[in-house]
Ligand binder design. Sequence first.
Ligand SMILES: Cc1ncc(COP(=O)(O)O)c(C=O)c1O
Length: 1005
Amino acid sequence: MSIQIDTDQAAKIAKELYDIDGKVIALTGELDYNFKIKTDSTSYILKISRPDVNVDYIQFQQELLSYVANGNEAIGVPKTFPDCDGNFISKTTDDTGNPRKVRLLSWVDGRLWSSVNPINDNLLFSLGVETGKLTNALQGFDHPEAHRELPWDVAQAEWTYDYVNLFSEEQQKIATYFQNQFKEFQDEYQQLRKGVVHNDANDNNVIVTNDLIDPKVKAIIDYGDSVYTPIINDLAIATAYAVMDKPDALAAALPIIKGYHSQFPLQDEELKFLYNLIAMRLIISATKSAINKEKEPDNEYLLISEKPAWDVLKKWIEIDEHLAYYSFRKACGYTPVPTESTFTTWTEKQNFKLNSLFPTLNFHEVYCMDLSVASPWLGNASEYNDLHFTNYKINSLQEERSTSLLIGAYDETRPFYSTSAYQKEGNSGPEYRTIHLGVDFFIPSETPIHSFYDGKVISIHSTNNDKDYGNVLILQHQIDDGIYFYTLYGHLSTSSLKLCKTGDAVKKGDLIAYIGDTNENGNWNPHLHFQVMLDLLGNTGDFPGVGYPNEIDVWKSICPNPNFLFKEEGMDAADEINNQEILSYRKAHLGKSLSLSYDEPLKIVRGEGVHLLDNRGRKYLDTVNNVAHVGHEHPRVVRAGQQQMGILNTNTRYLNENINQFAKELLSTFPKELSVVHFVNSGSEANELALRMIKANTGQKDMIAVEMGYHGNTNGCVDISSYKFEGKGGSGAPEHTHIVPLPDSFRGIYTGKNNGAEYAKHIQEQIDNIKAKGRNVAGFICESILSCGGQIELPNDYLKIAYEAVRKAGGLCLSDEVQVGCGRVGSHFWGFQLHDVIPDIVTIGKPIGNGHPLAAVVCTQKVANGFANGMEYFNTFGGNPVSSAIGREVLRVIKDEHLQENALKVGNYLKEGLRKLQQDFPIIGDIRGQGLFLGFELVDENKNPLREKATYLANRMKDFAILMSTDGKDNNALKVKPPMVFSQENAEELLSRLRIILNEDFMAH
Ligand SMILES: Cc1ncc(COP(=O)(O)O)c(C=O)c1O
């Protein structure tokens, strides 16, 4: 006889007991048969028991739910409803005569946690908040049924010990490690606060709001596993499931703990065990899966269901237990390392002298060198990576400051560590251990180092060819209260290894080591890396010398400032001005129409190739900046500018070879017809000059320009920039400007292929309009790929027909190459060459100076002659020797590094990759552009622009350390126009991150 209940029976029961009609949907359930009943106005869950149900258990469930619902906490919990007779637990008999207990609960609307993507820190925090609220709500509740045997209770996890043989060898090691820890702390653990807890906040029991951008936890459902146990277990369980699939599980755990603590303050003793309890819950889950797998070896779901738990366990065991504990304390607002304040108070009473470390040295003061990521002294990457040069600079500085002890500061963000060797995958892309945790003292090799305080040798050994410090000594010191701290001495000479041995006692003043030469210093000038630690975190003989920015508060607590000991003036790095201060000054005193990228603006302090680095050393892949054409701060370009600036910068009224060489090399990239160049300082100035040339040559003022075109910020340029005068704050086209439609083959007025002639006929139309007013056309300006328009490629023949019409009417044709020029389009050096036309004038800007303000107007001899009407053209800065040297070097780098070829190869690869993405994500409506000037547009199935999704995508890509910009008529196009050194690897990274974000809920719905 079946004990199953079908939907018909459920409907009947709902009607009979509660008088509700609705659509009945069967749900899964372990103990009860559960049904969703959807009426016209609301939804319910109908829970029908098994015939043999334990009535006390049902009673417990009922009391628990009503206790939580009736408490003071505003908490998302299903409400319970009485039947028509007022019973919260109803009795009925099913069709086959079995007695059943029935309950009716409210349905909580929303999404399951397991279906939400992405799980961001705010959501993790709100999970903590709701779990904490639930703990609060359950305070004071108890029931005999809650004191039961339950394999899912973390406190009862010892049953798992007998099943480790079901695991692989690697898994057994992990499980036993955590089980042994668990065994050891039982006495203390059992003393923790206890209560009835939910005990199963797993990803299918947490309901999240439907808000796709800022979702919050709404309710925690299914109280079936509730049990009386140490309260901390509930947080451990919520955390164990929520950190699954997160690359950095510890970082993901912290917002949950912070949220929980904000509602239900955690005690230090509880935090001590949390690391292990999270693991134990995962071990229970993995053991359950393994047992089920034994029973049903062919069940594919069971084969994979344990994977997420093992993935976390594998990561979790790599996290030092103390580091986790300190991080948990920090999340709760406690000092990360509990002994930190005792240590700092102790240091306040001490009177150590810095020169007691190296008594043979004679210095009067310390001088803190700027080795930070923003340091101009450190210079270009090519300079600081040239150790001979950097050592030379340090030596020169030492000569200049002969009485100073040169130091590299504690808590300094350094650029050398933003490399793959110091990289980890965080929860939002790469992170780098960039912040220095010790102090570097630059002192001669073989300088004797003495102990500044009594201690004991913990280790002395060579880490050469292994870690960063060469030979390393670690001492342990004890302070009054029985608290230990440690000091680390790195980059010592090999002879130091014989001076003392592990276990030796050391007295204040004892000789303990000698400074190594450059071999022990990674070829840097000899220096001592001195670091203080309050905990060795299980390290033997070595210790990380740099920390991740997102963990830095914890690391700074583990490794306090060494200057707490010496209190030496000038030893600390200068305080950085915070972003808020910069922002408020900017708002008050810089032009009010300046804009900033991103809601939370970035403070970028360094550029290197395709990357920009912020003040914490985070490295962003830059796909926005086509100005840094040959790469941010390309060493050859930097050097060309620096060298010329060192000898001369004046104007063009003297003979100078730079300007001629630059002109010659620039003109050699053009068809022979374009053979005269005027140098200016910006794209706007180039177009402004070009307009004057057009007017001087034709005697006319009327310009034809393209919709959404942008040509610069001057009066004249704004007047021909539809992007500006038709945009915010604009007042429409001026009398002498005539706009033709954006030739957008995807969403423009003519779509599909071969519509060049259709679009171009509007140019003739405008010529006719001008003529109808009794005037004539002066010229036609057009970008070769429309940038602000959203990377729109001109249709075939468009320029050819347009140029013909304009010239026939006596006008001149101007190609604005400010965005796309200098090899970016890959197949050609200039964008107009894609269309087999030769303009009368070409304007060049952004890329030619690689960031230096440099631009040019190139034209035919005829146009140049027509402009030279006797009035001198003087430009204070245009074509100066420094700018010319820079421009010339940019052209040479493009050639020497084959960057045009790279643009073609990588651009095609990227375009192909975008096409593959488009197959999976049809919101990518159109992919377009040439070389490394690409774009893609987001649209719905009816080609409606998806502006918000484009903005979301760009913002999320920034979270993953990739900079992208949006543009276009509807601001729904993403643009890709990176420095031309963008590699295939960079393209792959871009594509893989795009795929991650395109999968997120906001993009997918
Ligand atoms: C196509 C085009 N022309 C001209 C300009 C103006 O150049 P600049 O900002 O150097 O004055 C820009 C700037 O974005 C541009 O995109």
